[in-house]
Structures are given as C-alpha cells and as structure tokens.
Design a binder for this molecule. Sequence first.
Ligand code: COS
Length: 384
Amino acid sequence: MIRDQETLNLLLDAVSRFVRERLVPAENEVAETDEIPTDIVAGMRELGLFGLSIPEEYGGLGLTMEEEVLVAFEIGKTSPCFRSLFGTNVGIGSQGIIIDGTVEQRQHYLPKLASGELIASFALTEPGSGSDAGSLSTRAVRDGDDYVINGTKRFITNAPEAGIYTVMARTNPDVKGAGGISAFIVERDLPGVSLGKIDKKMGQKGAHTCDVIFENCRVPAQNLIGGVEGIGFKTAMRVLDKGRLHISAICVGAAERMLEDALHYALERQQFGKPIGEFQLIQAMLADSKAEIYSARSMVLDAARRRDNKEDVSTEASCCKLFASEMCGRVADRAVQIHGGAGYVAEYAIERFYRDVRLFRIYEGTSQIQQLVIARNMMRNASI
Ligand code: COS
C-alpha cells in the first residue's frame, strides 16, 4: 500500500532525526516543566505531524495506516507526551470528522487541524461512564437551529490546548444505550464551555488532561457530525478502531527505546568482573523483550495493511492494543530490572518511561475491554 517509497523514506528519516536530535534531548526539561517548548511544537508543525492522517486535499499528509504506524514506531521512541500533543489531531480528535463528517465540516476544520493551528480533543469518557461508554449521560437537546449541551467529560487529553472537542452526547434519552448517542464538534470559545483543573497524573508530564464541562452550551445544529442523530457511538467506535492501532505502534516504539536503553546499560555496567550483559539471566530478559517487540510490530503492520485494504479490523485492532500495550509493560518492567537500583532513580530515562507507559494499558480502551471486544467478535462471527 506504500504509494511512494522514496517520499516515505524521506519522511521516516526526518521524523527519526527529529526524535533523536530534538525530542530525546528535551525529555528531562519537559518532565520537569510539564510544558513542551514552543520551538519543538513549531518543529512538529513543520514536519507535518499534526496532519499525518488528514487527507491531502485538506492539507494533511494523507498517510495510509501502514505509513502512519511506521511513523508512530519512530515517534514512540521518545516521551509519549510529545506524541500526545499532535496525536489527537491525527487520531481520535479528527477522525470523527474524517470518517463521518459532512463536506462542510471537513472543509471548515480539517485544514486547521492538519497544520496544527487548531487542536482537537475527543470527549467520550465521563465521571460515570468509562469502559461502559454507551451509558454516557451528557445530554444534547435540539432547540431551534441549535443543540443545548449539558454534562461533564473526564480525562480529556489536550483539553487545555484544544480549540474544538468532538463530543459524544445523548440526543435521545428514550434510548439508553449506544443508539441514542450523537457526536458534535464543539468549539472551545462557545459560552457554556469550561475546563476543570489539570489532572495530576502518574506520568506523561507535558501531556495535559482535564474535565470539560458543558453548561447550557448552545452548539449550532450544523456541528452535528454527519448531520445525522444516533450514529455518534458508532463514529466513536470506528475512531477507536483506528486509534488503537496507532497506540499499538507507539507501544512498539516505546518498547524499542526502553530495550535499547537496557541493552546499553547491560553492555556498560560491570559486576562480578564483567558486563552484566554476559550473564544469561540478563540475556533472557533482553531476548524475551526483543521477541515480544518483533511479534507486536508484525501484528501492527499486518492489521494496518488489512485496514488499508478496507477490511474490518475491529478484532485485529483490539488484538494489537491488548498485546502491544501489555508487552510494553513487560518490557518496561524488565528494563527497570536490568538497570537494578539505577532503574529506580530519575537520573535514568527508564524510571520515567516505566510510569509513562503504564497508561497504554488503560486509555483508548483497557486491556480488559480489548479482551471483551475480541471475544464478542469471535462469538458473533462463529457459525454454529
Ligand atoms: N465499529 C462500528 N460500529 C461498532 C463498533 C465498531 N468497532 N463497535 C460497536 N459498534 C456498533 C455495534 O454494531 C452496535 O450497533 P447496533 O446497535 O446497530 O448493532 C453499537 O455500536 C453498540 O455496540 P455494542 O452493543 O457492542 O456496545 P456496548 O455498549 O456493549 O459497548 C464496548 C461496547 C464495551 C466495546 C465500548 O463501550 C467500548 O469500546 N468501551 C471502551 C471505551 C473506550 O475505549 N474508552 C477509552 C476512552 S476514549 S480515549
């Protein structure tokens, strides 16, 4: 599916260099200040990172899924907070508009998202509905040419930076589950939109989440995604199918970085008169990690190619998210173990990565939700 290998190689080289030369050296500063420097954000814009998946006609790079995961493998090799800043424009923030939006909605928002001038957030989770996304209680009531939205969204990535939110809200209260939900594009500056305090997280400093609160917020009806009520949950699920593949690729990149750090440490650190890498118990941890990363990488590439071939990859995306995020957690644990006491102090990047990657097993659907999706799809497709 790669359309032009030479152009793709140039992009991958440029991203890889940007990660090595600009992002990795800034990791500690961002962890301390909780802010990504503006020159780095400008660099991300220049590289086109905000528009990786946005069609070229709207100013994005229009990458295929396979191309996108190849970029994500590279981006994953540094602090996940960097990806987070443009990740919602590439994935969950923009995809609702790309997949189900009207032509007017695409024309109006996508060019600004592609350039990074505008940040989009995805507002699905609420205080009372996380894994059970279909039970959400934010309400949108039609009133003339507007919808009036009331409710609170929780843990919204990039909410403080975002200019628009794709908000899933219940338009039909008589339908308790997914069928009563619609998706809206809500502009941050509208009266009735406010933000909660920025969450204090375990890791991923530099990436911000907070509550987004809607109080009698009037949203023009033309901002109903696709112009149709009742399809918002399906939009959200399709968005997540793609997002889960992207996150899986980030897990692979992060695991590669952690293993590389652990390998260097194992080659340098001397105990019992030789580098600890010469001990077979250390080698086992290195080898298990290498094999698992290779496995996850192969899965992600296969699922991405299938999506590019227009196959339904709901099951494969969940398989990738489940395996890659759990694998990443195991690699993080082994990498700390190989570092020994040094792995527990902030001087080494692995201490930060260990905390940062913990989120991968939770967001865009917990490992348990991925198991549930996989098993339900298996049972649905079984011919008995
Ligand atoms: N693509 C398209 N449509 C989908 C879909 C997908 N991947 N998954 C489900 N649907 C459709 C179903 O076909 C169903 O449509 P019909 O009513 O027409 O049959 C509808 O959506 C409801 O699906 P389902 O009955 O499976 O919904 P449930 O309420 O049982 O919930 C889970 C499904 C649990 C899988 C869903 O709520 C989920 O993914 N939860 C996790 C949410 C999450 O990832 N949150 C992370 C925060 S966002 S970063």
